[in-house]
Structures are given as structure tokens and as C-alpha cells.
Design a protein around this ligand. Structure first.
Ligand SMILES: Nc1ncnc2c1ncn2[C@@H]1O[C@H](COP(=O)(O)OP(=O)(O)OP(=O)(O)O)[C@@H](O)[C@H]1O
Length: 989
């Protein structure tokens, strides 16, 4: 009988033979043989060995498969069965005749992974008693992650299953891992004992330590603290990629980065340094990003080039009063090795490149970065900040990579010079907001409703770019969806929404209609408010029982969910609390300032003056605290140290402005005397106006012939945001009545959609049109939409490097077409494609006073150029056209030339780096021939040869008006360049 028929006929007996013992071993051994013979592919193996599936089902799957594979496979299968279960053979399964001499010829093995497969049956038996050692070897060489190690060693596996899991993992890792394993086995065979670990220089205890560290880190990073008070949300389920980018001055690198790019080479500015900074505003997701990174490492999913990862929280390091050595710092603050500490520490010292440190919230460290106290010895004790600064500089543990997070204000030049690179975290992109909301709500209908309501309230959508605000909005979706037209506009509105949500969630307010709800919970608000206020005053973000008692915080107050228990890998103190997020602490501090009758009368002026005053006079008091008298040269680092304090004070002031706005005043009138509230309102308005006036007074007088220009500082943006929070046009109007400039420069001011909303609210009251320069910010499409209402007061808009797409442009152009004043736009380095050019074409057709269009370094091709040409043909005003660094090619250049050859206004045209070529150059020569206005033509970097250049020279012979034609970096020989320069001096070669 043929083998195929045998398999079919004796199916029941075969199944019984393979499975009746209840052990998977016979089946797995048969599979090993078939795999080694190449009769089963790895995919076949995975389809048969489905974890958790019944043994009989797996065996049936195998039988089905060998049957479908044909006669040969069936013969080899029966032979394997005979080998594995000789006792079954002959007794119940009469297939001896077809099993003889069926050893399959082995193919030559050319790679280590092939060898692993071909020798699988014998390797399984050799490895069974030494999987531990083999795993250690692979872990030490960096080819296995702690998570994979654990997976192989799961106690549910038998020794041979462990060996098989090990082989499967190693095969998927590739050649080097396979080689290491085979070497290990060979060495074991020759020495007769497990391999000497010294080969990998790794103490056995090290792996235990690594496992301990990674499992505690995995446990620590599992959940997000913001959900602590209400529900448990695993990081895996909610984590949404934030928008990470390199600073604008990193030439040639654009777009968003992934998490693993943080340690990649892109953006490196100092090869010798080991510290990478991730900077971002409050609530942009820095801590969460690190948490994600920790979890991925602990799960073995990423960052596996590092064998150990030590996470630190600067907030927690603040509580360490003792002097420590690096060894103490690692072991006491992160993870304690149960044995052989010295050996493990030595391994760390010997392999710095395999170690990663992360420091969250450098801005929260009470001491500012300084490189004055040098410390090089890892066993020498020193105060923790000194240790930290020496680690960051690389004086200690050179070669260990460090990732540090901080708010941008707190990073001064002293630290910057020790940075390998900086990465900016900009919160959620627009797609990120959608993704987060959908993850937050398991019910897709709710998620869709929340997103729909955000689309109708773009001010709120802008706020949601900040993850912490996106979290609040998602958390309070019921309130949001129920509030109709009164949906939140300001950051204060959003925080009031979560305040109400948490308070009512805990104990529904009896009188929930109207403004009574705050009064119902006044005690709680005051207790938490005082705690927050004292904390902000003294830069304290973790609170002990004593501090909580001093502010009267009760268990009931804690149960509202605004405080979470402070956790750390090893807690230095017993039970400590912190606010869900520091922005929440600022909000409570502001609430306290409004509601308390105990605060000093100078608190409000201090909140608004703090920044300016600290910048100018470092010795003066801040927020009622006396700073130590310091030497002049120490003041710079003092300023850095205070930066986070300043941002928290500023945030408190922003909330205070919002809370005292007309819209929310009724809330407080239920709890405090009207006169007190009104006095505080007056004080805030007075302070805002005074601070702005101070800012305006600092504007330098214009140089002769130049426009009066104000280069705004971040402080200005903050004051504008405070005015926006107040939501009173009269205050905005009053502020702008004192600003008399022609040009407003707000470059590098960290302006995102939220700031755009606030700027618009204020700037639309300017008396005269201005040029608004917002280059190098994060305006994005949502920000562009927010800026629309102030377009009538702009005569120019500069938005270089702002992540703007065609979508933003379509809305912008639809608006500016109607604005008489609007004459210039610059959009260099955005994300524009041909899709936007129809809008510009429309603009050119409609606006006959439009002067300047600069679209350099986008993705415009010949199609886009053709669209633009349609508009240019009928435009009679454009003077400057810049398309540098696009891809219009010769066809695009010809279309533009056609449209512009009769222009009477064009003065400047740049098509640098566009692949224009000779055909394009010759077409453009026609503009030179005909134009009476053109002064400069830029054709640098365009693959133009002598033919194209000749066309241009001949055209220039007919034109005396043109001043220069730039032809650098084209395909001209040295001789041609010399000859042409002599013939036509206006060629810039
Ligand atoms: N990537 C993310 N995915 C999901 N939620 C996030 C993400 N980033 C932040 N969040 C939410 O926003 C909250 C605040 O984020 P986080 O504490 O990480 O900000 P931060 O930049 O460290 O703020 P700060 O500078 O004030 O300490 C988180 O607790 C979480 O709820």
C-alpha cells in the first residue's frame, strides 16, 4: 500500500499513538525530524503548533498537511513516526514496508541558521539540560532580550520544549545569534561541561539583576498616573505617538521622528557627548514618552541594544538629602542587586555602551545645571545634583547614554554644550488627537461624537494638541457633549470642566444646576488649593503627610482623584502624594488665589511680575520668598533653575486670569464677597496692562529707513494668552492701542495652535496693519485656521517651518483673498504640494495688489507650476516669486516663463534647485528679453549647461534692467565659467 493511503487508513491509530500519552513530546519530535529534513517549512510548523490548542487538533493538522504534501512527505512522516515511537510500529500501524531506507538526503548547510534547522533533533537533546547557560550566553551577547529569556524559561515548558523555544527564537534572530549558539554547543561538547561564562564576561548574577530591573520597570510603567484616580488605563492601550522633531536649525532633517530615533544619529550636534535632551512644554507628554520607552525596553520590544536601563525622576531625586556615589544612586534609587553588587557594578563600568539612563523632568530639579564641581570617581559620594550634572557631562560613566527630559525654558547654554542632540516633543498631531480619542473611548460612537464636537470648536481642537488637555477633554466627554454652544474655549474652561467632573463624580452635587457646585465642595477646593499654592511657592511637587495635614487635606479630599500616590522604583519615603499633573497643581494654586481670603495682597502682582523681575533682578524676592544673595556670575544658572518655577508661576497666572474672567466670576461670588473678587479682577487687569506696557517700552526705535519692528519674547506670548483667558475684548483692545509697530516678529516662540488663538484674539484689535512673522514655530493647519480672524490686519504673513499642509492653505487663501491689506506670504519649508497651487492661482487672479509669493522648499512639481502660471498670466502686481527647492523641472519652468514674459511688475524670481535644465533656462530667457521690471533671476543648482547659459546671455544683451542672473552650481566647466563671466558680468557664476 502507498504511504498516502497508509496515512489515511491508519489516521486514528496514528493519532492515538502520537497523543494518547497526553504528552506533546512525540508529536514535537516528529515535527523536529520533518523540519530538519525540510519537509515542513517554518510556517507549516507554526500552523501545526498553535499554542494553547488541543494536542489532538495539532496532530490532526499535521496529518492533513503531510497528506496534502504528497507521497514523499507521507513516507518521511511514517519513517519519523517509526523513529520516535518504535513500539507503536508494527503493533497497530502496519507500515514497515514503506519506512525502510527513507532517510532523506541532507542538503548542504551553508548558513548557521540552516545548520540549526538541519540538526534540530540532536540540538534539542543537547540543549535540554543547559538552556539556562545557553540563554545567558545569548543575553550577554545582546542577542536575547530579558523578555525573550523569560518566555523560553516559562515553567510550563518541559526541558525539551525550552530547547525548542530557544532554537526558534535564535533562528529568527539571524546568523550571528545562530553562530553564538552553535559555538556554545561545540564548546560544551569539547569541554564536557557548560561553557565558561568568562567568555562573555558576564556575571551570572547580572542576568538575575537584569531580570529584576526589567520586571520592576515593566510593573512601574504599565499604567498612566492620570487615570489613577478614576480608572486604570494601561499605557499599551492609550499610548499615542507624540509629534517628535529635531530643532529647526538641524539642516536637511525634516518631519516627525519615531521613538527609536531619539537615540539614533539624526540630529547629532556633538558626537562626543552622551546626553540626549527631549524638550517640550508642560503636558506635552515627556514623562509619558519616557514611560513608554521604559516599557518597551522592559518588554524586550525596543531599545534592546541596552542591557540595563536605569530610570530616574528628578522630582524624586529632590527628596534625596544624602550624599551618594553613582553605585548607590543606581542601586538604591532604581533596583537593588540581591547579590554580588560589586561584580554587577563592575560590569556596568566595563560596558557603558550597553547601559541607558533616563532622567525625567530635569527642570524640576531644585538645583540648576552647573559644570563647576567636577567628579570623576564612580564610588565617590557627592550630593545628588552634583552626581547628576557630572553624569550628564560625561565626567562620570562616560559612554553611558542618557536621555533627559525638560521644559525648554530650563535648558541654558551651560547644559546645551554637553548635549549630543536635542529632540523636540510637540504634543499630538491632528491625526494623533483622533487616534488618542478613539483609544480613550471603547465605544466608537462616543469617540466619533467627541471628534465631531472638536471639529466644530477649533479653539478647543487647538488645545487638544497638548496631550494633557486632550486627556481632560476625553475624560469629560459627557460634559463636553452636553454643553452645546458653551463648549470650552480656553484652557481655564477645560480645567474647570475636569474640576467639576471629578468633584461630581465622587459625590454628585445636590444643587448641580447653576453656580452652586463649587460652594458644595469649597472645603476640598481650599485644602487642595492651599497645598498646590504652597507647593508652587516653594517648588514642591511631592507632598508628605505633614504637608498635607498642614493644609488640612483629608482622606475625602484625596478621594476626589486630583492627587495620586507618588511612586518610584524604590520609594525613599513612606506615603507621598502629588497632583495628577503639575498643570493641575497650577490650576489649584490659582483657585486658591481667587478663593482664599488669606493670601497676601501682593500675590497677584508677584505672579505677573515674577518673570520680568527675576530676569532683571535676581536678588529680589519672588512670590514672597527671599532668594539667597548670589554672585553676579551665578545668576545665569539661577535663572535656569528658576525657569520651571517661572513657567509654573506663569501658568498659575494664566489660570488666574481665566478664573477671574467675566464668564466665571459668578462661581466665586457664591463663595466670596463681591468686593474681594472685583478687587482681584482689577488687580489682574492692571498687572497685565502694566507688564505689556513694559514690554512695548523695550521696543527699540527703528533704524532710519526701516519699519518699526517688535521682536517679541516668549513673555509677550504668555501675556497675550492671559488676555485671551480673560475673554474680554476691551482688555485686548486697550492693550493693542498702545502697540505701535509695523512688523511683529514672533519667530522661535513655541507658537502652536493655542497661541495662535490667543494672538488672534488680541492682534485683531491692532490699529494699523502689520507684518506678522511666525517663522520657526508649530502653527500647523489648526493654527492657521485660528489666525484667520486677524488676517484683515496683516499685510504680510511669514510662516516658514510650521508644518502647514495644503488643507491649511486652502482655508488661509479663501480668507486672505477678501483682505485688502494682505500683500505678501512666505511659506518656505512646509508640507505643501501641487494641491495648494490652485488656491494661489486663484489668489493671483483675484488680488491685483498682491506683491510677494514665496513657496520655497515644498513639494511643488510641474503640475503645480502650471496651475500657478494660470494665475500669474492675469496678475498685474506680483513682484517677488520664490519657488526655491521644489521640483518644477523644465516643463514647470516653461509654463512659468510663458506666464511671466509679459509681466510688468516681476522684480525677483527664484527657481533655485528645481531641475530646470537647458529647456527651462531657454524658456526663462524670454522673461529677460521682454521684461522691463526684472532685476534678479536665481537659477543656481539647476543642471544647466552651456546651451542654457547661452540663451540667458543672449537675452541679457537685450536687457539693461536685469542686475544679476545666478548660475552657480550648474553643469559648466571652469573654462566656460571664465569665458561667460567675461562676456556677461551680470552672470553670477
Ligand atoms: N503619548 C501619549 N499618549 C497618551 N496620553 C498621553 C501621551 N502623552 C501624554 N499623555 C497624557 O497627558 C498627561 C500629561 O503628560 P506628561 O505628564 O507626560 O507631560 P509632561 O510633558 O511630562 O509634563 P510636565 O512637563 O508638566 O511634567 C499624561 O498623564 C497622559 O494622560
Amino acid at each position: 500500500m502507498f504511504s498516502k493511503e497508509l496515512v489515511l487508513k491508519h489516521r486514528t491509530e496514528i493519532l492515538h499513538a502520537l497523543c494518547s500519552s497526553g504528552s506533546a513530546e512525540p508529536l514535537e519530535r516528529v515535527l523536529d525530524i520533518l523540519l530538519a529534513q525540510g519537509e515542513l517549512l517554518c510556517e507549516d510548523y507554526q500552523n501545526i503548533q498553535v499554542p494553547g490548542r488541543a494536542l489532538y487538533t495539532n496532530a490532526r493538522q499535521l496529518l492533513d498537511l503531510v497528506y496534502t504534501k504528497g507521497v514523499n512527505t507521507c513516507m518521511l512522516f511514517l519513517a519519523a513516526l517509526k523513529q520516535v515511537l518504535p513500539e507503536a510500529h508494527g503493533a497497530t500501524i502496519p507500515f514497515s514496508e514503506c519506512c525502510s531506507n527513507l532517510e532523506k538526503k541532507q542538503e548542504p548547510q551553508t548558513t548557521f541558521t540552516q545548520t540549526l534547522l538541519a540538526q534540530r533533533p540532536s540540538l534539542v537533546s543537547q540543549l535540554q539540560d543547559c538552556t539556562d547557560d545557553a540563554l545567558d550566553a545569548l543575553l550577554a551577547s545582546g542577542h536575547f532580550t530579558p523578555a525573550e529569556y523569560d518566555e523560553v524559561q516559562l515553567p510550563i515548558h518541559t526541558p525539551s520544549q525550552k530547547a525548542r523555544r530557544l532554537l526558534d527564537h535564535v533562528r529568527s534572530k539571524g546568523e550571528v545569534a545562530a553562530e553564538i549558539l552553535l559555538q556554545y554547543i561545540q564548546q560544551k561538547q569539547t569541554s564536557g561541561s557548560p561553557v565558561n561564562k568568562e567568555k562573555w564576561n558576564t556575571p551570572k548574577e547580572f542576568f538575575k539583576y537584569q531580570k529584576k530591573l526589567s520586571s520592576s520597570l515593566a510593573a512601574q510603567s504599565c499604567f498612566l498616573s492620570t487615570y489613577g484616580g478614576t480608572s486604570n488605563m494601561s499605557l499599551e492601550d492609550i499610548y499615542t505617538e507624540g509629534h517628535l522633531e529635531l530643532p529647526h536649525d538641524c539642516i536637511g532633517v525634516h518631519g516627525s521622528l519615531g521613538l527609536e530615533d531619539i537615540i539614533g544619529v539624526a540630529g547629532t550636534v556633538n558626537e562626543e557627548a552622551d546626553t540626549i535632551l527631549v524638550s517640550g512644554e508642560a503636558g506635552s507628554g515627556k514623562s509619558t514618552l519616557l514611560q513608554r520607552l521604559h516599557l518597551l525596553w522592559a518588554q524586550g520590544a525596543a531599545f534592546q541594544d541596552f542591557l540595563l536601563l536605569f530610570p530616574f525622576s528628578c522630582r524624586r531625586l529632590n527628596s534625596e538629602q544624602r550624599e551618594l556615589s553613582v553605585k548607590d544612586l543606581l542601586f538604591q534609587h532604581c533596583c537593588w542587586p540581591d547579590r554580588e553588587q560589586d561584580e554587577i557594578f563592575q560590569f556596568i563600568l566595563d560596558h557603558p555602551h550597553l547601559i541607558l539612563f533616563t532622567f525625567d523632568g530635569l527642570d524640576e530639579l531644585k538645583q540648576s545645571f552647573s559644570d563647576e564641581h567636577r567628579l570623576c570617581c564612580p564610588t565617590q559620594c557627592a550630593p545628588v545634583p552634583i552626581l547628576l550634572f557630572n553624569l550628564l557631562q560625561g565626567c562620570l560613566m562616560k559612554g553611558v547614554q542618557k536621555i533627559v527630559t525638560s521644559r525648554p525654558e530650563a535648558v541654558g547654554p551651560a547644559l546645551k554644550k554637553h548635549l549630543r542632540k536635542e529632540v523636540l516633543l510637540k504634543g499630538f498631531s491632528q491625526a494623533g488627537i483622533g487616534c488618542f480619542v478613539r483609544k480613550h473611548h471603547s465605544d466608537p460612537t462616543v469617540a466619533a461624537k467627541v471628534l465631531e464636537s472638536l471639529q466644530t470648536n477649533t479653539a478647543l481642537l487647538g488645545l487638544c494638541h497638548s496631550p494633557v488637555l486632550c486627556w481632560i477633554v476625553s475624560q469629560c466627554h459627557k460634559e463636553l457633549l452636553g454643553c452645546g454652544d458653551g463648549s470650552p474655549q480656553t484652557i481655564t474652561d477645560v480645567y474647570l470642566m475636569i474640576l467639576r467632573h471629578f468633584l461630581q463624580h465622587k459625590s454628585p452635587v445636590k444643587n448641580s444646576i447653576g453656580f452652586g457646585w463649587i460652594k458644595e465642595h469649597l472645603d476640598t477646593v481650599l485644602h487642595l488649593g492651599q497645598l498646590a499654592f504652597e507647593g508652587i511657592r516653594t517648588s514642591c511637587y511631592i507632598f508628605s503627610d505633614t504637608e498635607m495635614n498642614a493644609c488640612g487635606v483629608t482622606e475625602k479630599d484625596i478621594s476626589t482623584g486630583f492627587l495620586t500616590q507618588s511612586t518610584g522604583l524604590s520609594s525613599v519615603h513612606a506615603k507621598m502624594y502629588e497632583f495628577l499633573h503639575v498643570t493641575m497643581q497650577c490650576f489649584f494654586a490659582a483657585l486658591y488665589t481667587v478663593l482664599s481670603t488669606n493670601t497676601d495682597h501682593y500675590i497677584i502682582p508677584k505672579l505677573f511680575e515674577s518673570h520680568v523681575m527675576k530676569e532683571m533682578n535676581m536678588n529680589s524676592t519672588c512670590f514672597g520668598i527671599c532668594l539667597p544673595s548670589v554672585e553676579q556670575q551665578q545668576q545665569v544658572s539661577e535663572r535656569e533653575a528658576m525657569a520651571v518655577e517661572i513657567t509654573n508661576l506663569q501658568m498659575t497666572a494664566t489660570f488666574l486670569s481665566g478664573l477671574l474672567s467675566q464668564r466665571h466670576r459668578s462661581l466665586w461670588l457664591n463663595c466670596c464677597p463681591r468686593a474681594t473678587v472685583e478687587k482681584k479682577v482689577k488687580e489682574v487687569v492692571r498687572c497685565l496692562s502694566k507688564s505689556l506696557r513694559k514690554h512695548f517700552r523695550s521696543i527699540p526705535k527703528p533704524v532710519d529707513g526701516e519699519k518699526k519692528s517688535m521682536h517679541a519674547m516668549p513673555d509677550f506670548v504668555w501675556l497675550v494668552k492671559c488676555i485671551y483667558e480673560m475673554q474680554e475684548s476691551s482688555i485686548a483692545k486697550d492693550a493693542m492701542s498702545k502697540l505701535d509697530v509695523n512688523h511683529l516678529k514672533l519667530t522661535y516662540c513655541n507658537i502652536g495652535p493655542v497661541e495662535c488663538t490667543a494672538l488672534t484674539f488680541v492682534l485683531q484689535h491692532l490699529k494699523n496693519p502689520v507684518g506678522l512673522q511666525l517663522d520657526y514655530n508649530s502653527v500647523g493647519d489648526v493654527g492657521v485656521e485660528q489666525l484667520l480672524p486677524c488676517m484683515p490686519i496683516c499685510y504680510s504673513l511669514y510662516l516658514r517651518n510650521n508644518n502647514i499642509t495644503d488643507e491649511g492653505i486652502s482655508k488661509l487663501i479663501a480668507k486672505v483673498i477678501q483682505c485688502d491689506n494682505f500683500q505678501k506670504i512666505a511659506l518656505f519649508n512646509n508640507m505643501l504640494t501641487d494641491a495648494c497651487t490652485q488656491h494661489f492661482s486663484q489668489l493671483l487672479k483675484t488680488k491685483q495688489n498682491f506683491i510677494s509669493l514665496r513657496l520655497g522648499n515644498n513639494n511643488i512639481t510641474a503640475e503645480g507650476a502650471k496651475q500657478l502660471a494660470q494665475g500669474l498670466k492675469v496678475n498685474h502686481s506680483l513682484q517677488y516669486l520664490g519657488l526655491w527647492g521644489n521640483k518644477i523641472g523644465d516643463v514647470g519652468a516653461e509654463a512659468l516663463a510663458n506666464a511671466l514674459e509679459s509681466s510688468k511688475t516681476l522684480v525677483w524670481l527664484s527657481l533655485v534647485c528645481n531641475g530646470v535644465g537647458n529647456a527651462g533656462a531657454c524658456a526663462l530667457a524670454n522673461i529677460i528679453k521682454n521684461s522691463t521690471s526684472l532685476e534678479e533671476l536665481w537659477l543656481t543648482d539647476n543642471c544647466i549647461t552651456k546651451t542654457g547659459a547661452e540663451c540667458l546671455i543672449q537675452a541679457l544683451e537685450h536687457n539693461t534692467h536685469v542686475k544679476s542672473v545666478w548660475l552657480k552650481n550648474n553643469n559648466l566647466s571652469v573654462e566656460e565659467v571664465e569665458e561667460m563671466a567675461q562676456r556677461e558680468p551680470r552672470l553670477i557664476l
